[in-house]
Design a protein around this ligand. Structure first.
Ligand code: ADP
Length: 153
């Protein structure tokens, strides 16, 4: 049976840290679906549609990776796409505290769904979407943190 994992997140924006988790996840999953969580209550800096296009471009030569937009619960989305696992990255103990709770709730909602964590590569651990957004808003060049060129605005 095909082993499918969902890599869910806000990805506002998708960074080199996220790319690293996907590429490493490809070693043990047949397919990785990057799920861009769409929360209509949240104001984004990079729209989900723009981000989907940029991530798709970034993985255009990688047949294992797909990019979808979803709203609602991650465990429902995972079930809908036939995933056996949720893939997440862990940077530090703050991530751990948060992820631990979410993983347990997801397991309660769907006991067939495992959450698989990858420890961030040390050279990318300091990258966060929130810092990139902040720099971007103040006009800093953020290309070093992103695995794709940003379209000219
Ligand atoms: P969310 O809003 O769900 O936390 P994010 O887009 O911030 O979504 O992150 C998605 C996943 O990627 C999370 O598991 C997060 O811990 C992980 N992640 C974020 N930044 C990095 C990084 N620099 N290296 C590895 N994993 C990361």
């Amino acid at each position: 049976m095909k082993k499918i994992a969902v890599f869910p997140g806000s990805f506002d924006p998708f960074t080199k840290g996220h790319e690293d988790i996907v590429l490493r996840g490809c070693h043990f999953f047949d397919e990785i679906i990057i799920g861009i969580g769409h929360n209509t209550q949240k104001n984004r800096t990079f729209s989900v549609e723009v981000m989907q296009g940029l991530i798709q471009d970034c993985f255009k030569d990688n047949k294992k990776v797909k990019v979808e937009i979803y709203s609602g619960l991650t465990s429902h989305f995972a079930k809908q796409v036939g995933a056996c696992a949720i893939l997440r990255g862990l940077r530090n103990t703050t991530d751990f505290e948060y992820e631990n709770t979410i993983a347990q709730v997801n397991n309660h909602l769907n006991s067939d769904l495992e959450t698989v964590f990858l420890i961030t590569s040390p050279s990318l651990a300091y990258i966060s979407s929130s810092i990139v957004r902040e720099l971007y808003k103040f006009g800093s060049d953020v290309t070093a943190f992103l695995p794709y060129p940003l379209p000219k605005s």
